[in-house]
Design a protein around this ligand. Structure first.
Ligand code: ATP
Ligand code: MG
Length: 244
């Protein structure tokens, strides 16, 4: 396989859990084609956040493997995964509210020092994707609207020049107008060449921009299909189906 056809992210037989507890991620096989958006949806508590936390290196892998553009990162630290091209935006607390936009971006750049393609030029490119942020660099993150705060979280992650961006419910708590803006921003990120794994509760919003959708129920992937083929009724049944 050539580099161009390698999946941006490849996950095989992944199992993970918290402390001495039972597995929450229970054997996931998952590929992200380059420059695609794949939405991961599923009921509350099905393990979506745990899955992306495992990919980001915040939860120990108990079995299986994770690679980014062919590079095995299964046992790497979160920082080494970022260096390998895997950036993560958590569901909550994803910006520093008391710092300005400029300071948030500066901090992210400092953290990333040493990664290829990080620096002033990269920041300029990232800000071109989020013109709203460029207009108010001195505004404290805590004073931004929910939608703008999400843009700042995306921008901070994108400063790493990642191959893959992991987004955990970016639309949570946003009003419909901001949900739309956030989804448009994610589509721009993909158009700029980044592959996106998008965890979403807002299935309708996610389906508008996703190429494919994967359903996660009780730590298993129960369905993977093209977004345009998804039938909402069938999804409802899958969400509540019992999984062995
Ligand atoms: N820090 C933790 N320690 C122990 N168990 C946890 C922890 N975080 C989550 N869990 C458990 O893992 C399971 C999956 O939770 P997770 O947050 O991954 O689900 P989710 O699909 O992201 O849910 P939501 O839709 O509410 O965001 C739940 O049973 C939850 O109680
Ligand atoms: Mg979650």
């Amino acid at each position: 396989m050539t580099a161009a056809t390698l999946p941006a992210l490849s996950v095989s037989g992944l199992r993970a859990g918290y402390g001495h507890g039972a597995d929450i991620v229970r054997g996931i096989d998952f590929d992200l084609p380059p420059e695609s958006i794949v939405a991961v949806i599923g009921p509350n508590g099905s393990g979506k956040s745990s899955f992306v936390k495992t990919l980001a290196g915040l939860l120990d892998v108990r079995a299986g493997s994770v690679s980014v553009t062919g590079q095995d990162v299964t046992h790497e630290t979160p920082a080494r995964r970022v260096a390998a091209g895997l950036a993560y935006v958590p569901q909550e607390a994803n910006v520093f509210p008391s710092l300005s936009i400029r300071e948030n971006l500066k901090l992210a750049t400092e953290f990333l020092r040493g990664r290829a393609g990080v620096g002033a030029e990269r920041q300029e490119h990232v800000l071109s994707l989020f013109p709203d942020l460029a207009l108010r660099m001195r505004t404290r993150a805590g004073d931004l609207s929910g939608g703008q705060r999400q843009m700042l979280a995306f921008a901070s992650a994108l400063l790493a020049n990642p191959e893959v961006l992991l987004l955990d419910e970016p639309s949570a708590g946003l009003s419909p107008k901001f949900v739309e803006q956030t989804m448009e921003a994610i589509a721009r990120v993909r158009a700029a060449g980044v592959t996106v794994l998008l965890v979403e509760q807002n299935v309708a919003a996610a389906l508008k921009i996703a190429d494919e959708v994967a359903v996660l129920v009780a730590g298993h992937l129960t369905l993977r299909t093209e977004a345009k083929l998804v039938d909402h009724t069938a999804l409802g049944e899958l969400f509540f189906a019992k999984v062995a």
